[in-house]
Each structure stands twice: as C-alpha cells, then as structure tokens.
Design a protein around this ligand. Structure first.
Ligand code: P6P
Length: 346
C-alpha cells in the first residue's frame, strides 16, 4: 500500500493549482468519482441482472436509451445534485439542461456537461464503455445560471475527464495542469493513481475510423485512409486499423499508444456524429494536455463556437503529427485556405 495515492488525496494535494478554488472543484471531482464507482458496480454485473437492454425510451438524438444509460445518468445527476458544487447539469440523455436548485447548491459555481454512458450500444456485448465529463465555471455569479453558462467554448473548461469501464475501470482527468489516470482498486473501492502525467506519443501507427462509411467520407479523409494503407517502411506504414465503436475506449488506447481517431462528416451525420459539448470538447482538452491535437479537420476543437447544447462536430483527434498529416489531406482535397498547417510531417 506504500506509495498508493487515492484520487481524493491527489485532488487535495493539487488544490493549490487553482487560484480561486476553495475546495469546490475538489469536491466536484470527488462527487464525480463517487458516481463513477456506483455506475461501475452496475456495469460490471450488467450481465447478471435485469439492467441490460433497452429502456424503452429514446433520447434527443433519437437513440434508443439503454437501461444502463438511464441508470448512469440518474447516478451522476444525483451525485452532482447532493454534492452542492454544481448548479447545472447538461447531459446527452436530457433534451434540456437540468437546473439544480437544492438547498445545498445555493451559490454553486460550476456547470457539468456529461455523456453518462458513451458507447452504450456496446453494453450488451461486453465491449468497454465510458463516461465523459466537462466542467465550466459560471460566467457571471451575479445572474442566475443559464444555458449560456453551458454554451462556452472548450477553451473555458476548468476540468474534463472520462471514466472507462473496461478490463479495469479508470478515471482520467485534467484541470489544465497535465493529465493523470487513476485505476479503481475494487478491494478498497478507491481510484488509485496509476498513470501520472500522461503524455500521448507525438506520432503513432493506429488509425481509428468506421470505414463502413467510406463512400460518404470527405475526399480528404478518403485520401488519408489510403495514405495509412500504403506500404512505406520509413513511416511504418501500413498503419494498423483499430476501431471499437466506443469513443472513450478508442481514444484511451490511442492516448496511451499513439494514434488518430477520426469521426468525419457522413451521409447520416453531415456535421459529424459526435457532440461538441460533452464529447469532443472534453476529449480535446485532455488530448491537448497530453501533448496531442484535436481539430474538426481545419479548426481547433476547443475554439469552435458553441451555439447549441447537442451540437455535433467532425473530429480528428490524437497524436499531433498524425492529426496534422490528416489535416493536410483535408486541405489539399478541400482546397481549404488555412495556411498554418505545418509542413507535412511524414
Ligand atoms: P459508429 C457511440 O455510439 C458513439 O457515440 C461513440 O462512442 C463512438 O465512437 C461512435 O458513436 C461510433 O459510431 O457510427 O461508428 O457506430
């Protein structure tokens, strides 16, 4: 046990990183950690009890809600409501923002945007799934919190993270001072620091994209995929194709090993499928803090204008050199005029 550092101990230790925090952000991260442990317990025994399958309802995306989706959503909202530090929750599972007006949340300063159980269509087939969260401070404490506090650019995030419910359960987060990963030790029910100061390799040999949509991809994406498949020893190509269909799982693997994940425009998702507020922005914050890059093929994800709660975006995210190479193909194919793409780093 010597040298073991729990999430709680780590958060308190790092509290001095925040100029204005008097423990609120620390308590907020603690509340998220608690909900993650409760959700993890249900995810791990999902096959043993009637929590699998469809909840018989659909969310605003028109997607079938899984029972575990709804359960996870309820757990995170409940933990955030009773923790007292959060005044609004914006969830993939709810059409509108959820205002938290409980007595303990009076004067709460933080907003949490969350995808409570991303990749949930994989639940029934035992494929890793995840929770993604993004935390903002209210823009003006003098006026009631509102949707405007949620529709902030990704650069305004004060923290972001994900939980991956896989062969082990990990919580990975950043507050803008690097990325740290914690693995749940079920024997003591604590997330313990296992991946301090995570950095993603500058380049890699894994590309992650649903090639079933190939015919509908933008020309630049098609050309990039072909580039990945060309034999070239010097650049270790052909690359390896790895696509789980669970964003958190694909991005976690690529964060550790190096790689690029692309969800571009497709016929069924002309603006991309993934949601900017509670999927792209938090993952972009994390990957940038780990030394990687995240764009929509031409602009930095974190600087995209956020206009709607469930807004979608294309995303090219992962190792910096791979994202820049993919951007170059988008530039050449689309004749886009952004000249700041560094020389092709093949
Ligand atoms: P497709 C899961 O539904 C999700 O939102 C992400 O976790 C995942 O990366 C993506 O959609 C998979 O989408 O269209 O390839 O099945």
């Amino acid at each position: 046990m010597f040298g073991l550092k729990t999430l709680g101990q780590f958060i308190i230790e790092k509290q001095s990183d925040f100029p204005y925090a008097k423990g609120e952000l620390s308590r907020l991260l603690r509340d998220i950690g608690i909900a993650a442990k409760i959700v993890n317990r249900e995810v791990n025994k999902a096959g043993l009890m009637d929590i699998l399958g469809k909840a018989g309802s659909t969310n605003i995306q028109g997607e079938q809600q899984q029972k575990l989706d709804v359960y996870a959503n309820d757990q995170f909202i409940s933990a955030l409501s009773s923790g007292g530090e959060c005044c609004i929750v914006a969830s993939e599972e709810n059409d509108e923002i959820i205002r938290i007006d409980s007595a303990v949340s009076k004067g709460a300063k933080y907003i949490v945007a969350i995808d409570p159980l991303d990749g949930s269509s994989n639940i029934d087939v035992n494929v890793p799934i995840g929770t993604i969260f993004s935390i903002y401070r209210r823009k003006n404490l003098e006026v009631p919190a509102s949707l405007a506090d949620v529709l902030q650019n990704g650069t305004e995030q004060v923290a972001a993270g994900y939980i991956i419910y896989g062969s082990s359960t990990m919580l990975v987060y950043t507050t803008g001072k690097g990325v740290n990963g914690f693995t749940l030790d079920p024997s003591i029910g604590e997330f313990c620091l296992s991946h301090p100061d995570m950095k993603t390799p500058e380049t890699g040999t894994i590309y992650s994209i649903n090639e079933g949509n190939y015919v509908h991809f933008p020309q630049g994406v098609k050309k990039y995929i072909k580039y990945c498949q060309v034999e070239d020893k010097q650049t270790q190509r052909p690359y390896t194709s790895r696509y789980i269909g669970s964003m958190v799982a694909d991005l976690h693997r690529n964060l550790l090993k190096g790689g690029i994940f692309i969800y571009p425009a497709t016929a069924s998702a002309p603006n991309g499928k993934l949601r900017l507020v509670y999927e792209c922005n938090p993952m972009a914050f994390i990957i940038e803090q780990a030394g990687g890059k995240a764009t929509n093929g031409e602009s930095r994800i974190l600087e995209l204008q956020v206009t709607e709660l469930h807004q979608r975006s294309q995303i090219f995210i992962g190792s910096r050199c791979m994202v820049e190479t993919a951007e170059r193909f988008m530039l050449e194919a689309g004749k886009l005029s952004f000249a700041d793409i560094p020389a092709l780093t093949i």
